[in-house]
Design a protein around this ligand. Structure first.
Ligand SMILES: NC(=O)c1ccc[n+]([C@@H]2O[C@H](COP(=O)([O-])OP(=O)(O)OC[C@H]3O[C@@H](n4cnc5c(N)ncnc54)[C@H](OP(=O)(O)O)[C@@H]3O)[C@@H](O)[C@H]2O)c1
Length: 246
């Protein structure tokens, strides 16, 4: 087990997080995934190299207990107490035209998409191995404006800035920090807005490849980004949006 890499992926029970976890395990990386509502995915995960811990990323007060739970899960399942890769995938999207976005909508987006990865990464730092990786998740909506997504895109723009600061401040432990910029893809995101054929058609018109992504289009690259082949990239935005809003 000593040479085996271990990734912690937040929101690994469905959508892009589940895709990332599956590509990681297929490439030989063990995954500790987190879930909140995807209890079924968590309880039905029978692969020995894919385990789950429950986490509500809005509950920063519970992060110390979560760190303890991660440590004991790593010890029991993999015989180690630290891991190599942290993927801050859990996130929400809320459609709200700028003029009518409420403070509650704004706060929820900031809480889940920005404050949570900021403090979760901080809490998990003692468990991330020297030379490890942190991968934050952003969106092509930080580049191209889609009306109704201002608060969401602002939280993701902040993640891109945070990534560069983390890249510099964590370099003393040789931890590389990058942003994965995803693009339009069908998941439960935004209450399932991406399942609407009209939304898909509109989004496809902004994408160089002429269609929206499958989850594999975006997640298959994650093992490579976290691997040693990518070790000289840090503070970077890695665009896997199919050329959205170029
Ligand atoms: N879909 C897109 O078009 C798109 C494009 C670019 C970037 N992204 C980004 O990709 C990431 C994943 O989104 P997705 O498309 O896979 O959406 P999704 O299918 O709606 O999945 C959201 C994930 O976030 C987790 N989550 C939400 N609130 C949470 C909380 N309070 N505590 C813990 N976990 C929480 C969910 O956990 P449970 O399943 O346990 O509820 C779920 O795994 C997000 O950061 C999103 O911004 C999405």
């Amino acid at each position: 087990m000593a040479d085996r890499k271990i990734a912690l992926v937040t929101g690994a029970g469905r959508g892009l997080g589940l895709g990332m976890a599956r590509h990681l395990t297929r490439s030989g990386v063990a995954v500790l995934g987190t879930y909140l509502t995807s209890e079924r995915a968590a309880t039905e995960a029978t692969e020995p190299d894919f385990v789950f811990c429950r986490l509500d990323v809005t509950r920063i007060d519970t992060f110390p207990q979560f760190v303890t739970a991660v440590r004991s899960t790593l010890r029991e399942r993999f015989g180690v107490e630290t891991f190599d890769y942290l993927v801050n995938n859990a996130g929400i999207g809320t459609y709200a035209p700028y003029a009518v976005t409420t403070p509650d909508q704004f706060d929820e987006l900031v809480q889940i998409n920005l404050k949570a990865p900021f403090f979760l990464t901080q809490a998990l730092l003692p468990l991330i191995n020297e030379g490890g990786r942190v991968l934050n998740v952003s969106t092509a909506l930080t580049r191209g404006v889609v009306p109704g997504m201002s608060a969401y895109a602002a939280t993701k723009g902040a993640i891109e800035v945070l990534t560069r600061y983390q890249a510099v401040e964590l370099a003393e432990r040789s931890i590389r920090v990058n942003t994965l910029m995803g693009g339009a893809v069908v998941t439960d995101f935004g209450g399932g807005i991406m399942r609407s054929p009209d939304v898909q058609k509109l989004a496809a018109q902004t994408i160089a490849q002429g269609r929206i992504a499958t989850t594999d289009d975006i997640t298959a690259v994650v093992p490579a980004i976290l691997s040693d082949a990518f070790q000289w990239a840090t503070g970077a935005i890695i665009d896997v949006s199919g050329g959205q809003s170029l």
